[in-house]
Design a protein around this ligand. Structure first.
Ligand code: NCD
Length: 303
């Protein structure tokens, strides 16, 4: 049976801790100047039907750093452009590769791919559904920067809570740690989907909506910011009516000394560039944690 990574729904606390421990071991091993060759002879296929910089490059780098190779397909330069279905493309890549990383604009697409694939499918984002590998790298970042997931932690989510698949997956994973509290701040029409709110409620985790970023930032241990997902608007004229938000140095002066600011990137205007030099801004470090976590994921699924 193939071991796919499609969502975080069935994850247990031990699974998360095991991924974190593997990623830490890999980081330590590489920091000592060692090289890894554990995926030598293996091929990873990256199949992206939506733009990507970090996810696609970090999977490729992760594979290369373990001695493996990568083949990449984008919809614009493949037979998808000639009308080939995703299913046929998945069948084809399964003939050449040992695993497939898939990003697709349709929610549920990775489940469909997994149902027909003869090699592991890794969901690298399915529309406004899930982004499980981002959730793992995000929780690895929180663990590494704040030291533990068992303490009381207030996570403030700011932005397009309706469409941010990174948030949807991360929240589900954080719910495995009972001392979390979530604060949600979003434009009115982009609130957290009721499906996620119910999930959090069932887990008995405290969640509140806030209207004031100035107030919410005072309490936060983590401020997780996302951009407005313009490409998910069915009526694009509504995009310009959305009130924009921005984390700047003045706002940061209200935050705890040990709070961290995260962002899956790409950013638009929601974090001012002046915040980049604040030591609490960890969104670039987050990418480095992502490389180790994606090595841990590939090592687990392909070894
Ligand atoms: C995110 C995504 O694609 O969901 N980016 C990422 O994977 N690092 C966030 C976004 O596009 O806003």
């Amino acid at each position: 049976m193939n071991q796919h990574l499609l969502d975080v729904v069935n994850f247990k606390n031990e699974d998360i801790m095991s991924y974190i421990s593997k990623a830490r071991d890999i980081k330590m091993f590489l920091d000592l100047g060692n090289n890894l060759t554990c995926l030598k002879g293996k091929i990873l296929a990256c199949l992206f039907f939506e733009p990507s910089t970090r996810t696609s490059c970090s999977f490729q780098a992760a594979m290369l750093k373990m001695g493996g190779s990568v083949i990449s397909v984008t919809d614009k330069y493949s037979s998808v452009e000639k009308g080939e279905t995703m299913e046929d493309t998945i069948h084809s890549l399964g003939c050449y590769a040992d695993a497939i990383v898939l990003r697709h604009p349709l929610k549920g697409s990775s489940h469909l791919a997994a149902s027909i694939s003869n090699v592991p499918i890794i969901n690298a984002g399915d529309g406004n559904g899930e982004h499980p590998t981002q959730a793992l790298l995000d929780i690895f970042t929180i663990y590494s920067e704040l030291g533990s997931l068992d303490n009381e932690l207030v996570i403030t989510f700011l932005g397009d809570l309706k469409n941010s698949r990174t948030i949807h997956s991360l929240i589900r994973v954080l719910c495995l740690f009972p001392k979390m509290k979530f604060i949600y701040i979003s434009p009115d029409s982009l609130e957290m989907p009721s499906e996620i709110v119910s999930f959090v409620e069932e887990k008995g985790i405290e969640q509140v909506k806030s209207m004031s970023l100035e107030e919410a930032i005072k309490e936060a241990d983590v401020l997780y910011v996302t951009r407005i997902q313009k490409e998910r608007f069915t009526d694009i004229s509504l995009y310009s009516t959305i009130s924009k938000y921005c984390v700047d140095a003045a706002l940061m002066s209200n935050a705890k000394e040990k709070m961290i600011v995260m962002h899956p990137l790409p950013r638009n205007q929601e974090i001012a560039v002046e915040v980049d030099k604040d030591p609490r801004a960890v969104y670039f470090k987050q990418m480095k944690y992502g490389l180790y976590m994606r090595m841990a994921i590939l090592n687990t699924l392909m070894h």
